[in-house]
Structure formats: C-alpha cells, structure tokens
Design a protein around this ligand. Sequence first.
Ligand SMILES: NC(=O)c1ccc[n+]([C@@H]2O[C@H](COP(=O)([O-])OP(=O)(O)OC[C@H]3O[C@@H](n4cnc5c(N)ncnc54)[C@H](OP(=O)(O)O)[C@@H]3O)[C@@H](O)[C@H]2O)c1
Length: 299
Amino acid sequence: MAVNLANKTFVVTGANAGLGLATSRALARAGATVVMGCRDPGRAAKAADVIRASVPEAKLDLQRLDLASLASVAAFAQEVTKRHTVVHGLVNNAGLMATGFGKTTDGFEIQLGVNHLGHFALTLQLRAALDAAPRARVVNVASSAHHGISAMRWDDLMWDRHTWWAVDKWRAYSQSKLANLLFTAGLHRRASNWTVCAAHPGYAATELQTTGVRDGGAWMEEKVMALLNRVVAQSGEDGAAPQIHAATADDVEGNAYFGPRNGMTGGGAVPHSRSAAARDDAAAERLWAVSEELTGQRW
Ligand SMILES: NC(=O)c1ccc[n+]([C@@H]2O[C@H](COP(=O)([O-])OP(=O)(O)OC[C@H]3O[C@@H](n4cnc5c(N)ncnc54)[C@H](OP(=O)(O)O)[C@@H]3O)[C@@H](O)[C@H]2O)c1
C-alpha cells in the first residue's frame, strides 16, 4: 500500500484477528493512528504485539468494544471521541458467523446485533468525529453470503421463529451481511460529506469459519470448515485487500462494493456486484428506521 496516512486516525472494529488485524497492520504501516476496537483486552494486546513485530513505529490505541452491548458501543464511541477529535476512517469489520441462536445484551439476535446493529450504533455515535475530517471514509465489511437470503426477514428479524437451526443460523448470517449492504446504501444517502462503501474478502482462512460453529456446538461443521480453510481459502492477509483498498484508495466512489479480483480469492480489489435485495432502496430505508428504533440512535 503506497498511500501515506500520517496524521490520520482510523477506527477498526474486530481489530485483533483475521481481516481486522491485517487491516490494522496495513493502516499502521501507512502511518495512520489505528484505534483497535476489540472485545478482549488480552487478545487486543497480543494483536498489537503482532503488528509491532513488523511495524515497530505503529501508532495503536487499544480500546475495549463489545458490539453485542449497546452500552459498550456507547462507552467506546465516547472514549474514541474524547481521545481523537477527528476520525478519518472507520472500518466496520468485526463479525461472527453461524453461531447458535444467542441474543445480545439488548436482546437482538446475535448475528444481526453484532454484525449490523452494533456497527450502526457505533457509526452514528462517531458522527461528530467523522464530520471533523475533510472527507471521512466508512467501510462496512459485508460478504458474498448476503446472496444467501432474498430479503430481510421483516416479520421476524430476530429469528424468534427459527425452525431448523443448522440452516437458519447460516441464513441469519446472510441476513446480517445483507443488512451491512443496506446500511451502506442508507448511510451513503445521508452522509454526503463522507465516502461510504463496502467490501468483502471472498473466502479467507480466519477464525470466522470455526469460532461461530464451535460456539454453537457444531463440532462436525467446525471440522469441515477447518479443512476448507486449509485447502480452498486464501490467507487473511490477502482477504483483507478489498477492505484495505476501500479504506485507503483515492478514487473510491460512494456506495462502491469491492471484492477480490479473482472472484473468491486473491488478486487485489475490484468492484463486485451485489444482489437485487441489497440494491433495494426501500429496504435500505426500512432497515434504517428499524435500526434507529432498536438502537435508540438517530441520524
Ligand atoms: N473470512 C472470510 O472468509 C470472510 C468472508 C466474508 C466476510 N467476512 C467478514 O469479514 C469480517 C471479519 O471476519 P474475519 O474473517 O476476520 O473473522 P475473525 O478472524 O473471526 O475475526 C472477527 C473479529 O470480530 C471480533 N468480534 C466478534 N464478535 C465481537 C463482538 N461482540 N464485539 C466486538 N468484536 C467482535 C472478533 O473478536 P474475538 O477475537 O474476541 O472473537 C475478531 O476480532 C466479518 O465481518 C466477516 O463477516 C469474512
């Protein structure tokens, strides 16, 4: 990455592992101050050591963030705003996949709660700091898994009526990633002084594939996913290329969506197409209204 990000501050969620760690390292290497939003301080500290091993001059600010708690999101946003009056970039990267049907502290279905609603609340609460930048960049990390559902499940967003968890937990992930793209469109429409875009890595071997299914007790799926990670996936480093491009390239257009050049693995970042459901403006507006209602945050 040849860009110079000296004197710029970026916030990365889920910065201690996988794509978030690779993104934080790339931003730090380019000179940015990186606020690493992580839910586990011990894992955050280890990740910072990993970054400093290759970027000794890295400017890192480790802050606790649990996206499964609106109180934690608010405390994080407050602390970030206190410490950094200007935030030039926000990478809404943290996520979990296909875990069992848990709830966040605030009673949201866990995947929608962490992957979308937590990031929605965070972004709105960082608005002043993002507005203070000449043209802030916001990147939502989505997934090609958003193609796995034809629309938001409006009559049961929290999956209270899920029937067969082995299928529905994957559909719940798809819904949360569709929400990432609808949020991107809604935010792009409102934040005319920011560049708001989205990216997905294709398929990268990170902890994503095993953590969720393991936490949900699906040991067979965990073994299958671990095998696929070894034989099919690209590295987390390569997988992070589209979101790093989205966060740092000069010529990024609002509401752009980047993925790997070679389809699902590698080759850098190119624009990718999104599903019809993700291009549905009415759905984006409906999700915006529901998200404001659920999180208590208003634009
Ligand atoms: N890897 C892929 O092939 C792939 C494909 C498509 C999309 N994505 C997307 O890429 C993003 C990054 O995933 P990854 O592959 O890098 O997975 P990962 O290695 O599992 O990293 C996920 C990160 O999110 C954090 N996180 C999970 N729950 C959180 C919470 N409640 N509050 C705060 N942070 C939380 C994790 O923290 P802990 O370490 O504490 O668990 C970790 O730092 C996700 O949005 C995912 O949907 C990945």
